[in-house]
Design a protein around this ligand. Structure first.
Ligand code: FE2
Length: 369
């Protein structure tokens, strides 16, 4: 039996962000990215130590959490990391079994298997450490029918008016990228393979992609029959300071670099996001000059892609369209990718050069190149 069969991971259940002001973050994810705010935990729901907002769009669930006092066990994260992803929760069939197997294989346990009960059923979870201060929580909600988990109530409709909610067409998390310290990529790839039963993807990105441009190395692991994809980056030496080093410097260690969210109409999604003042990285107009030669026939209008700054790449299986936001906090750390896959299963290697040059221009403005 392969490790994958021993520890079936279904999908990403949710991503937990630890932030300075969850109330305001919820407003940002709702009104800029088009997430619906669906549940709330805090003093009014008898949660004394933190406030949490569950935001959801399509199959994507984010939980935005802020400490209410300095003695919150994670309060120091905010000084060290700023806002960022604290946990990637994975849905499993059997929380206890997943946790015990992971720990047996070398994972560091954070919270042992727990059941939390309320009027809506039983919510099961357990947490292990991943790279940096990031954790993975195994979740099973098969016996839970509440708003999110015990402690959370449905959002008060007087706070957010449904008539002012406008989704942007984001459907699912495509992949979540982690930046780890120099020399640690293989260690974490092995963690996902050996401890959590992921397979390493043989992809175009599975090689040294350090160049004269912002240098990094990247490998991709996947589980859940491809529903969970985690590329892992480490800095490599180039002529300039690697964007990964910049991240690790400002985040204070390894952590989540970007979350790619899938849409099936990237033009419509990006138009909506731009209308909401989401800012994207831009590549020079010349990127589009020989695009047709590079990627062949695509159904989208290249003029429209150029106007919006959407990138295109092709592999053996098809093509894909992608665009990257600027960091979503003042620190140059977490950002988002919007992706539309038309058959391609890779991650846009053909765009790295143009993209890294765009990032380097931003780094130069920040004085961190
Ligand atoms: Fe990506």
């Amino acid at each position: 039996m392969t490790p994958i069969d021993e520890m079936p991971l279904r999908k990403i259940d949710h991503v937990r962000f630890f932030v300075g002001n969850a109330r305001q973050s919820a407003y940002f994810y709702r009104n800029a990215y088009g997430f619906d705010v669906v549940a709330y935990a805090g003093l009014e729901t008898k949660v004394k130590h933190e406030a949490g907002y569950v935001v959801r769009q399509g199959g994507i669930t984010f939980v935005l959490v802020s400490p209410l006092r300095a003695n919150h066990p994670d309060a120091s994260r905010l000084v060290l990391h700023g806002d960022g992803v604290s946990d990637i929760a994975l849905q499993v069939d059997d929380v206890r079994r997943a946790y015990n197997l992971a720990v047996e294989r070398g994972a560091v346990g954070v919270i042992g298997p727990r059941e939390e009960k309320d009027d809506f059923g039983v919510y099961e979870y357990a947490t292990i450490r991943a790279y940096g201060d990031t954790t993975h929580t195994f979740v099973n909600r098969d016996r839970y029918h509440g708003a999110f988990s015990p402690g959370f109530d449905p959002i008060d409709p007087s706070r957010y008016n449904p008539s002012t909610y406008h989704p942007t067409g984001l459907l699912a998390i495509d992949h979540i990228v982690g930046n780890v310290e120099e020399g640690k990529m293989n260690e974490w790839v092995n963690f996902y393979r050996k401890v959590l039963g992921f397979e390493q993807l043989v992809s175009f990105d599975d090689q040294d992609i350090s160049t004269e441009y912002s240098a990094l190395m990247s490998k991709v692991v996947q589980s859940g029959r491809g529903k969970i994809k985690f590329p892992i980056n480490e800095p490599a030496h180039g002529k300039r300071r690697s964007q990964i080093e910049e991240y690790i410097d400002f985040y204070g260690g390894a952590g989540v670099q970007h979350i790619a969210m899938a849409t099936n109409d990237i033009i419509k999604t990006v138009r909506a996001l731009i209308a909401n003042d989401v800012s994207f990285l831009r590549v020079p107009r010349t990127y589009y000059d020989n695009l047709r030669d590079r990627v062949g026939d695509i159904k989208e209008d290249i003029e429209e892609l150029a106007e919006l700054g959407i990138l295109v790449d092709r592999d053996d299986e098809g093509y894909m369209l992608q665009i990257f936001t600027k960091p979503v906090q003042d620190r140059p750390t977490l950002f988002f990718e919007i992706i539309q896959r038309e058959g391609a299963k890779s991650f846009g290697k053909g765009n790295f050069k143009a993209l890294f040059e765009a990032i380097e221009r931003e780094q130069a403005i920040r004085g961190t190149l």
